[in-house]
Structures are given as structure tokens and as C-alpha cells.
Write a protein that binds this ligand. Structure first.
Ligand SMILES: [Zn+2]
Length: 337
């Protein structure tokens, strides 16, 4: 085969772009050791650094087939504008998921009050950025912040993204503070709905998955990062049987490759079930594109071209190309501009 095949672009629904520089650092440490290294990387960010480094990583994403990205951003308002400029220069569609952070982390992550957070969101919207609201986690946001942010997102029709159930320790702390699990607290706070995306949900139990299904919320799976951090597996089959939509994110950007994220997701499901084809090729492509776009509130995002003459497609029949891309190709099969 020769020539190229035009396909819809992939949507990266969850990225912390500054973490791209951390590859190989804290390689042997546990999640909390990794987090310490991450906080040091976050501390050194400036608007100038975000402007240059994010443009370079966004160009990598485009080269890998992601044409839209949800930037889960907690580095400050000036840095949010810098991220938007970087995306514009690179040519990737950006939805800035502005993070609410009440406690923990670094001082630069935090707002004084939920009112200050909403003022920041309003100023970014007024500047023309595509915005979603992102209470960081139940670890970082108390219940009254979640109540207010849930109500604001619903009233304004904005996407709401939140980390939940990534690590067992976070669940124990939530039970101690609130007497319930993280996704149950999100439900109680009015944070679950069709515009909600719960990032990870790795350790969600059956009742929490039922809540996601009942409210129409989406899960964003980030398999290469979850593997790197030792988070565990998304309970893929239990998510599938409940019909909870799944999208993908490159998260810590340890890998930037949508084919690999989708292959990992299906691989996890196969290892868990002992069956092949738990998700169909069409379902996996939908996770990588339409579900991600809906999660970010995007209607349009650019297409990509795939190189049919690429060595990894040699000997593949034309009718099997789209399945072979997911089964056996890496992002280098995408034609770079
Ligand atoms: Zn994240």
C-alpha cells in the first residue's frame, strides 16, 4: 500500500503537560515519591517556561495524532494564558481545565476561596479561552467547594473534570473525612452529570460505577501513566457492562501515543477477562475521539493522515488497516506536518 489515509484526529482528554520533562526521574520510587518529584517540577514553572515547553509538547502530540487536548491546569492564571498561547502557536485545539485547589499541594496551586476560583474561571472565559472547571480531587477540595463548583458548572453548561479513585490512600482518607468513597462524595455534591469526566476511577467499586452510569458521567482512562505510577487497572469489563463512556488521556505524558493508550486499555480488559475483543475496534476509536471531544465540550477538531507505506503496515490488507493500527502500530505511523 502507498499513500495516506485520512482519519479523525485523536482527543487527549487529560494532560499535565509540564510533567513531560519528568520521564525517567523517580523511576524506582512509589507514587508518593513520584509526586514529590512532580511538585518540584511544578514549582519551577513560569509563564515563559510554559509558553515554550508546552508548545514543544503540543507539537509532539500533534505529530502523534492528538489534535485536541484538555489541559488539567493548576499552575496559575498567567500560566493558563501561556498554555493557551502555546496551543495556538502549535495548532492544537485546547480546552483549559482550570483547577480548583483548596488544600495540600503547593501554594501556587491554591485559591483562597471558591469565590476566587470562580473569578479566575470567569476571567479566563472573558479572555476567550475554552474552559472547563476541575476540582482537583476530593483530597484537594472540601465538600463545600465541590457543592459550589458542581452548581456553577451545571448553571454554565461547562465540562467538569476531577481526579478520583486513583490510589487506595485517597479512598481511605475520603472515608475518614466524609464517611463515603470519592465518587459517592462527588454525587452528593452535585458534581456528577453528563458533562462530568472522572479521571482514573481505577479503584472505583460497583456502587461508584453505578453512580457514573446513572448520571451519564464519563471515565478518562490514562493507561500508560497508570502503569507507570503503579495505580492499577481500570476495571474495564465492569465499566463496559454498565455502559459508562470511556475517553483517554496522556496524563503525565510519559508516553504520547493514542494507539498505545487504546491498545493498553483493550489489553487490560483482555488480561482481566481472558477474552479477546472486549471492546470492538469501533468502540476503541470512539473512546479516542468522539467520547474525548464530548468530555471536553468540543464539536470540531482537526483530522490526521496515516502513512499507508509505513513499515508497520507492510503486508496488511487495506480492509484490515484500521484494526491493525490499533493492534500493532505506534504513533510514528501518523504523517507529521
Ligand atoms: Zn491527572
Amino acid at each position: 500500500m502507498a499513500g495516506t489515509l485520512r482519519l479523525p484526529g485523536f482527543v487527549n482528554a487529560h494532560s499535565h503537560t509540564f510533567q513531560r520533562v519528568m520521564r525517567g526521574r523517580a523511576a524506582g520510587g512509589d507514587f508518593w515519591a513520584w509526586r514529590k518529584t512532580m511538585l518540584a517540577a511544578a514549582e519551577r514553572q513560569t509563564p515563559q517556561l510554559v509558553r515554550t515547553e508546552y508548545e514543544s509538547v503540543y507539537r509532539e502530540m500533534l505529530g502523534a495524532g492528538y489534535t485536541a487536548v484538555g489541559e488539567f491546569h493548576y499552575l496559575g492564571v498567567a500560566e493558563a494564558h501561556a498554555a493557551a498561547e502555546a496551543a495556538e502557536a502549535a495548532g492544537i485545539e485546547l480546552v483549559l481545565l482550570h483547577v480548583a485547589y483548596a488544600r495540600g499541594g503547593l501554594p501556587r496551586f491554591r485559591q483562597e476561596s471558591v469565590t476566587e476560583f470562580i473569578e479566575q474561571v470567569e476571567s479566563l472565559r472573558a479572555a476567550g479561552l475554552a474552559i472547563g472547571v476541575a476540582p482537583h480531587s476530593v483530597r484537594a477540595c472540601p465538600a463545600d467547594w465541590l457543592d459550589e463548583i458542581g452548581a456553577y458548572a451545571a448553571a454554565e453548561g461547562l465540562p467538569l473534570h476531577v481526579h478520583a479513585d486513583e490510589q487506595p490512600k485517597e479512598i481511605e482518607e475520603c472515608r475518614a473525612e466524609h464517611g463515603c468513597r470519592p465518587i459517592e462524595l462527588l454525587a452528593r455534591s452535585g458534581c456528577l452529570g453528563e458533562r462530568t469526566t472522572v479521571v482514573h476511577a481505577t479503584h472505583a467499586d460497583g456502587a461508584e460505577l453505578d453512580l457514573l452510569a446513572a448520571t451519564g458521567a464519563t471515565i478518562c482512562a490514562c493507561p500508560t501513566t497508570e502503569a507507570d505510577l503503579g495505580d492499577g487497572f481500570l476495571p474495564a469489563e465492569r465499566v463496559r457492562t454498565r455502559g459508562v463512556p470511556i475517553c483517554i488521556g496522556s496524563d503525565s505524558n510519559v508516553r504520547i501515543d493514542p494507539f498505545e493508550e487504546l491498545r493498553e486499555l483493550e489489553g487490560i480488559a483482555r488480561r482481566q477477562t481472558g477474552r479477546r475483543g472486549v471492546f470492538s475496534t469501533d468502540e476503541l476509536y470512539a473512546f479516542g475521539r468522539d467520547v474525548g471531544a464530548r468530555s471536553l465540550g468540543l464539536e470540531m477538531w482537526p483530522e490526521i493522515d496515516v502513512d499507508l507505506g509505513h513499515v508497520s503496515l507492510a503486508g496488511v490488507d487495506e480492509e484490515h488497516v484500521t484494526a491493525a493500527l490499533l493492534a500493532s502500530c505506534g504513533a510514528d505511523v501518523v504523517v507529521r506536518e
